[in-house]
Design a protein around this ligand. Structure first.
Ligand code: ATP
Length: 301
């Protein structure tokens, strides 16, 4: 039996005849924090939309908890960079929305179920916003809005929490703060997270696993072969990171980032999946050298 939380198998997606995602294969287990990076336009958000059920692959299958993904439902939690919250509803009402959908009452501003309210308040407490329940999104800072959006997604207990550049619009200090906050939440709530970002440091700091999507690849047919769509070209286990921002200054962490950048982003390399070790059963994998785990306090999962 397939025990994966998320299983993506032979997935292809094209728009207007242009292949965007090209044979994506991936298994994500419960409790993994998958960071997904890749050059702009390589199809990261498209992949998220397919997992969300907002769009369908041309070919292939996507299953969550063994069930094929259908159209979006309230159990599919996603946090976007912006606009996850409805501006004309209070924080509490935003967090309650999914519950109201489930009860067929989303349109009714007067519908209130006390159990739902208690649960929403408990999630607002988890994201440290219990004192902002009656505020409107425009009354909150950017970081508070994103924490509210996380509560809005988590209350529906999504099997996989999908995040599309959730901290991309925040200033650096707030971004750092929310990264640590998300790691704490991930541990406490035993979440499975699929996190898209442009920021390699963020990806390596947060993730237990790093997936690198490449925009085009040519495989071993040679440089002149027609380019195809994006593929997962690297799949790294990441160090187990203490919930401390200091790790970002650690030389081993910085070496890790520079190695990932060289392997996954150097245009001379990323075009060629043949440059990577293709032994991983689920996708392409580049194995980290042992030095990352030696004498640095960083543990490779
Ligand atoms: N609905 C659509 N119709 C046509 N083309 C689309 C559609 N959605 C995305 N694309 C194209 O698919 C490609 C991948 O887009 P996508 O937004 O998934 O990339 P991305 O990796 O998330 O980019 P970024 O990092 O810049 O956000 C782009 O070339 C984009 O123009």
């Amino acid at each position: 039996m397939d025990e994966s939380k998320l299983h993506i198998e032979d997935v292809y997606k094209s728009y207007d005849g242009k292949v965007i995602l090209d044979d994506i294969d991936l298994k994500v287990s419960k409790g993994e924090f998958c960071s997904v990076v890749g050059p702009s336009g390589c199809g990261k958000s498209t992949l998220l939309r397919l997992i969300l059920g907002q769009e369908f692959p041309d070919r292939g299958r996507i299953a969550i908890d063994g069930e094929p993904v259908g159209t979006p439902d309230t159990h599919r939690g996603i946090v976007f960079q912006r606009y996850s919250l409805f501006p004309n509803r209070t924080v509490l009402d935003n967090v309650l929305l999914g519950k109201k959908f489930q009860r067929g009452q989303w349109w009714n501003p007067f519908h209130r179920n006390q159990d739902d309210i208690d649960e929403a308040m408990s999630f607002l407490k988890k994201v440290r916003l219990e004192n902002a329940a009656d505020k409107y999104p425009h009354e909150l800072s950017g970081g508070m809005q994103q924490r509210a959006a996380i509560a809005q997604a988590l209350i529906m207990k999504p099997p996989v929490l999908l995040m599309d550049e959730p901290f991309g619009a925040l200033d650096p200090d707030t971004r750092d703060e929310l990264q640590v906050f998300l790691l704490e939440l991930w541990e406490q709530q035993e979440l499975t997270v699929f996190f898209v970002t442009h920021d390699l440091t963020e990806a390596c700091f947060l993730g237990s696993r790093l997936l690198v999507l490449s925009q085009y690849y040519t495989d071993d047919r040679g440089l002149d072969a027609p380019a195809r769509g994006g593929r997962i070209v690297a799949d790294y286990p990441l160090p187990s990171v203490a919930n401390s921002l200091e790790i970002k200054d650690d030389p081993a962490f910085q070496r890790l980032i520079s190695d990932v950048r060289n392997a996954g982003f150097d245009p001379r390399v990323r075009q060629h999946v043949s440059e990577f070790n293709l032994t991983h059963s689920d996708s392409f994998q580049t194995v980290l050298p042992d030095e990352y785990s030696q004498g640095t306090g960083i543990r490779i999962r």
